[in-house]
Design a protein around this ligand. Structure first.
Ligand SMILES: [Zn+2]
Ligand SMILES: [Zn+2]
Length: 270
């Protein structure tokens, strides 16, 4: 697979607890496989901001990205980003994080419900899957209404575990109203929807969200789509991006978006 000229807007360095490689090493690899641009988006989990010392982690991540940006100038466009987890659980801190550094792109994600562990750790044979999904969509809606971000991260994230790992099929048509509400909110606020391709290389076997939701976003007037591999290893950089672009194109998008200083730059799909 050739990744020449592609853009990956969701990646993690060793400044994420689940990341494995340095920013420089990842840039070397991105240049080697021919990427045009890469946005690093290390985690800042707002509900664990103090406990996990994210103030220091975020600065470390940002300055390493800035250093790599200079080192790779003319060879690879390196962009600064952050993946904000659960911003609504402490809005003041979330706003402070977003404003503290000059990010190119802010992803907003939900990895856990309030006071609960990551969706990864729930036992779906015991808990009420419908309740989990409803609570997830409710939190996502609050986050969209808040709106201090650029792109909505991996919508349908709980499916990675419920459907992918536990094999429990979730009928998303039951949540059509909630999903429409979210997509409508993104359209009204001029925000992007992320196509997260990590599910393609995991048991889930599809992007988050899937093609139906991406097409629905277009139908409702969605303009901006970002595509990210959510790579935590160099080997996964750009994985699934061509498939993500093909989905965007099938849904009628003519361009994908790269955020620069939090402004959407439209890159035509060639
Ligand atoms: Zn995430
Ligand atoms: Zn991520």
């Amino acid at each position: 697979m050739s990744y020449r000229k592609l853009i990956d807007t969701h990646t993690h360095t060793e400044n994420s607890s689940d990341g494995h490689h340095s920013t420089m090493f990842l840039c070397e690899h991105a240049e080697f496989i021919g990427l045009r641009a890469i946005t690093f988006t290390d985690h800042v989990e707002i509900d664990y901001y103090e406990r996990d010392n994210y103030s220091r982690v975020a600065k470390q991540s940002y300055f390493e990205i800035a250093k790599a940006r200079s080192a790779f100038r003319g060879k690879l466009l390196v962009c600064t980003g952050v993946e904000l987890g659960q911003p609504m659980y402490d809005v003041a801190t979330a706003d402070k994080v977003v404003g503290a550094l000059r990010y190119d792109q802010v992803i907003a994600s939900i990895h856990n419900l309030r006071g609960m562990p990551d969706f990864m750790f729930l036992d779906y044979n015991v808990c009420d899957v419908n309740r989990v999904m409803l609570d997830y969509f409710k939190e996502m809606q609050l986050m969209v209404d808040w709106g201090n971000f650029d792109t909505l991260g991996h919508l349908t994230y709980p499916l990675r575990y419920i459907q992918g790992d536990h094999g429990i099929k979730v009928d998303l048509s039951l949540y059509a109203e909630q999903i429409d509400g979210l997509l409508q909110g993104l359209v009204e606020k001029g925000k992007a929807l992320e196509i997260n391709t990590s599910g393609l290389r995991q048991k889930l076997g599809e992007t988050m969200p899937g093609e139906d939701i991406i097409c629905r976003f277009k139908e409702l007037g969605g303009e901006y789509i970002t595509i990210g591999s959510d790579a935590h290893y160099a080997k996964d950089l750009a994985a699934g991006i061509p498939e993500g672009m093909a989905i965007a194109e099938r849904c009628g998008f003519k361009a994908i978006t790269l955020y620069q200083k939090r402004e959407p730059i439209q890159i035509p799909i060639e």
